[in-house]
Ligand binder design. Structure first.
Ligand SMILES: Cc1cc2nc3c(=O)[nH]c(=O)nc-3n(C[C@H](O)[C@H](O)[C@H](O)COP(=O)(O)OP(=O)(O)OC[C@H]3O[C@@H](n4cnc5c(N)ncnc54)[C@H](O)[C@@H]3O)c2cc1C
Length: 426
C-alpha cells in the first residue's frame, strides 16, 4: 500500500499557489482536512507526508507485530474516503524547514507557500538512557516500518528471547506483541513499577502479578548498563543493579520526542510541544498545531501539556480545520468549535490482564487515593480537595485479572471516566 507520489506535480511546474498546508499525514492531519471540507472550504489543501504510505494508526502497530491485526487493518481510512477530501498529497516529502514569516515550507521537492499551515507531525520514539556503545541496535515502535521490523524479529525461529526496556504503555504493547508471538519476554524499568505515571502502586502490582503469571520476568528500579554480543545476537545484557542475562532482541520504549526539527529555534512559542490556544493557533496567527506535537490545556490541573492520545489528536485536528476555514473567509472561529482541553485516558490489556485509567494518578498534598481490592479487580479512585473544602474525583486506575469485553471492569472504567468529566463541569 503506497501513495502515488507521481500524482503530485513537480515543484518547478507548480505556480506558487498558497491555500492550506498540512504538515504530517496522521490522525491530526486527516481530521483537519475533514473539518476544512466539512466547513465548506473548497480551496487547495496540500499535505506533506514524510512517508509513502497512507495515514495509519500507530496504536495498531503492536497488534500487527503481534499477529492480531493484518497490515491492511492498520489503516483507518479507505482510499475512497481520503480521495473524497480532494487533497494534494506530497508523499515521501518531509518538510525540512518552515519559515512562518515568509509563509514558506521547504522540502526536498522545492519550496511551497501557504496561507495557513497546520503542523501535525507527531512524535518519534526516544532511546535516551540506552547505552550508546551497545552492540545491539534496539527496536522501537511507532511507525508501520517499526512494526514491520518488530514483526519480522519476533517471528524468527527459534523464537527470540525479548527484553523490553521501559514500562509505559508503548513498552507494554511491545511486550504484549512478544507474548502473542510466543516469545519469552522480560521487562526492565527505572521506576519501581510498570505503568509509569498511570497507576498507583497497588494497581501496578496487580498488573505485575498478571504478567508474572504469563512468565514475564520483571526488573524494576534498574536499567540496562551494557549490551555485548556479536551482530544478530545473542546479547549479554548487564543491568545497573549488577544482574545480567542473555537476550536475542531488545525493544526500547523510553518516551517520545516531538517531530519539530524543521522549525528554526525561536520561531514559534514552544515548551515540550508547540503552545496553542483553544483554536489550536500557535504564536504565529497563520500556523496551527495539533496532535502529539501540540501542548494544550489539561483539564484536571489546568496546565498546558501534551496529551499523546488518538482522540486528542483527532479533536485538535478538527478544531484547527474549523478555525482555519472560518479565518479564511474572514470570520472569527466559533467558540463552540474550540478545543477546550482534555485529560489522559488509557486502556491496555496484556495477555488477559486489563488496565484502564483516566485523569490523575499521582498524589499531591491535596489528593488522596481510595483503593478497593476485590477478587479480580483492584481500583484506585483519586480524589482532590477543592477550594470550598469538598472533594472531587480527578482520576482512577484499575487492574482486572481478566480482559472480557463488556465486563464489570470496562463498565466501571466508563462510569468513572464519566464521573471525572462531570466533576470537571461542576
Ligand atoms: C505503539 C503505540 C500505541 C499507542 N496506543 C494508543 C492507544 O491505545 N490509545 C491512544 O489513544 N493512543 C495511543 N497511541 C498514541 C497515538 O497513536 C497518537 O497519540 C496519535 O497517533 C497522534 O497522532 P498525530 O497525528 O499527532 O501523529 P502521528 O500519528 O504520528 O502522525 C504524524 C505524521 O507526521 C509525519 N511526519 C513527521 N515528520 C514530518 C515532516 N517533517 N514532514 C512531513 N511529515 C512528517 C509522520 O510520518 C506521521 O505520519 C499509541 C502510540 C503508539 C506508538
Amino acid at each position: 500500500m503506497s501513495i502515488d507520489a507521481t500524482q503530485a506535480p513537480s515543484c518547478a511546474a507548480r505556480p506558487a499557489t498558497s491555500g492550506v498546508a498540512i504538515i504530517g499525514y496522521g490522525v491530526a492531519g486527516v481530521n483537519c482536512a475533514i473539518a476544512l471540507r466539512c466547513s465548506g472550504y473548497a480551496g487547495p489543501i496540500r499535505v506533506f507526508s514524510s512517508t509513502s504510505i497512507p495515514p495509519y494508526s500507530p496504536i495498531l502497530t503492536s497488534y500487527y507485530a503481534g499477529g492480531e491485526k493484518s497490515y491492511e487493518e492498520c489503516f483507518p481510512w479507505t482510499e475512497a474516503e481520503l480521495s473524497d477530501l480532494d487533497l494534494e498529497v506530497l508523499a515521501d516529502c518531509p518538510v525540512e524547514h518552515l519559515d512562518p514569516a515568509a509563509h514558506l515550507i521547504a522540502t526536498p521537492r522545492g519550496d511551497f507557500s501557504y496561507s495557513k499551515a497546520l503542523i501535525a507531525t507527531g512524535a518519534r520514539p526516544a532511546t535516551w538512557g540506552y547505552p550508546a556503545d551497545a552492540d545491539c541496535k534496539p527496536l522501537v515502535l511507532r511507525t508501520m516500518e517499526d512494526a514491520e521490523r518488530l514483526k519480522a524479529a519476533l517471528c524468527t525461529e527459534p523464537r527470540p528471547r525479548v527484553l523490553v526496556s521501559g514500562a509505559s504503555m508503548v513498552a507494554l504493547k511491545a511486550l504484549e506483541a512478544a507474548l502473542a508471538r510466543g516469545c519469552q519476554a522480560s521487562i526492565v524499568g527505572v521506576n519501581p513499577h510498570v505503568l509509569d505515571f498511570n497507576a498507583v502502586p497497588e494497581t501496578a502490582a496487580r498488573f505485575e502479578r498478571g504478567l508474572a503469571a504469563k512468565g514475564v520476568k520483571m526488573r524494576f528500579g534498574t536499567s540496562i548498563a551494557s549490551v555485548k554480543g556479536p551482530e544478530g545476537g545473542p546479547y549479554a545484557v548487564s543491568f545497573a543493579n549488577g544482574e545480567s542475562e542473555e537476550y536475542d532482541l531488545i525493544v526500547v520504549a523510553h518516551g517520545v520526542v516531538s517531530n519539530l526539527d524543521f522549525l528554526p529555534e525561536g520561531t514559534l512559542a514552544l515548551d515540550r510541544g508547540l503552545l496553542v490556544d483553544r483554536f489550536m493557533r500557535t504564536s504565529d496567527p497563520d500556523v496551527y498545531a495539533a496532535g502529539d506535537i501540540a501542548q494544550s490545556r489539561e483539564l484536571i490541573t489546568g496546565e498546558s501539556r501534551i496529551i499523546g492520545i488518538w482522540k486528542n489528536a483527532a479533536l485538535q485536528g478538527a478544531a484547527a480545520g474549523k478555525a482555519i476555514a472560518a479565518e479564511l473567509v474572514g470570520r472569527e472561529p466559533d467558540g463552540s468549535d474550540a478545543f477546550e482541553g482534555s485529560f489522559i485516558t488509557n486502556t491496555i490489556a496484556v495477555d488477559g490482564t486489563l488496565f484502564i485509567s483516566a485523569g490523575a494518578s499521582t498524589l499531591t498534598p491535596e489528593r488522596r487515593a481510595v483503593i478497593e481490592e476485590s477478587e479480580d479487580i483492584t481500583v484506585a479512585r483519586i480524589y482532590e480537595r477543592t477550594a470550598d473544602g469538598t472533594e472531587r474525583l480527578v482520576g482512577f486506575n484499575l487492574t482486572c485479572d481478566e480482559d472480557i469485553e463488556g465486563s464489570r471492569a470496562y463498565d466501571m472504567g466508563a462510569i468513572l471516566t464519566m464521573r471525572i468529566e462531570k466533576s470537571l463541569r461542576s
